[in-house]
Design a protein around this ligand. Sequence first.
Ligand SMILES: Cc1ncc(COP(=O)(O)O)c(C=O)c1O
Length: 329
Amino acid sequence: MGSKSEGTVGLSDRPTLLSIKQAQERLHGIIHPTPLVKSRSLDELAQRDLRFKPENLQVTGSFKIRGAFNKLSEVAQLGAHGVVTASSGNHGQAVAWAARYFGLPAHIVVPSTAPPIKVASAQAFGATVEACGTRSRERVDRARAIAQERGYIYIPPYDDPAIMSGQGTIGLEILDEWPEVDTVVVPIGGGGLISGIATAIKEVRPDVRVIGVEPQGANKAWQSRRKGQRLELDHTDSIADGLITLSLGEKTFPVIESYVDDVVTVTDRQIRDTFWLLFTRLKLVVEPSGCAAAAFILQRLLPQGERIAAVLSGGNLDPAAISTLLPHE
Ligand SMILES: Cc1ncc(COP(=O)(O)O)c(C=O)c1O
């Protein structure tokens, strides 16, 4: 594990309440303002008033469309020739969808291990998908090289204020629909989702707690917070393929430091058990990364507060992977 030296991260690198509200206007009529859902039996299990934000039902099957669409609307205005990204899947699909909307060619570099459903869906949106290695650094280098060669704009998956601002619209929707909420629980990969949500929540309602959840085998935020500096893990291991980033972003880390109240971890076993609970009680198909926040609550690892909202961040599951998530007797 190593610590990361920081470039200069300025105020304009952060999302703000204004930039999140602007994103909300851009996304209006494009995405679904997903309604909070609840289940009495899950409330009884956790002995709390729980609501779930089902971004698995979002356009492209995850929250990623919020940030990608917001970023591409900026890029399209600047007259880009095309866009390129490196993504484990959901961000790639979202960029492909938004690029098609703005009439831009999209090139998506994915790991050679990417779930086939995610690759097929980006292709169905008209993107060129290229498989490249298993390490995220290799893919980012390849994507940046394509950006150079073709004059495309590189679209980062999380470390960008427009991406964070798009994801932050979830925070505004939760506060709007459920002003009584005490605590909002959010999964952490590179930290774009939680940075946006925490900014929206703390700038409107500083009394509402924001908790980040990551897999025990990919606890870069947990470790970084304890050390007080952004750390890079040597390696990560979890079934939650959207959360196995080696480090937080240079831009997401300071936002998380200032606005996230606590970071906790869950095991893959807890994620699997939660997949089954969400499937049987809420009838929702949520991919492992999307189960992490709910896993923290439903495995009785309860945060403070009576009224708790958990973000179910995506539902893009390879049908073949479903059997690995079912309970084994
Ligand atoms: C379903 C899902 N949830 C959560 C995340 C984490 O988002 P972020 O990298 O913005 O923290 C991802 C990232 O790919 C994801 O696909």
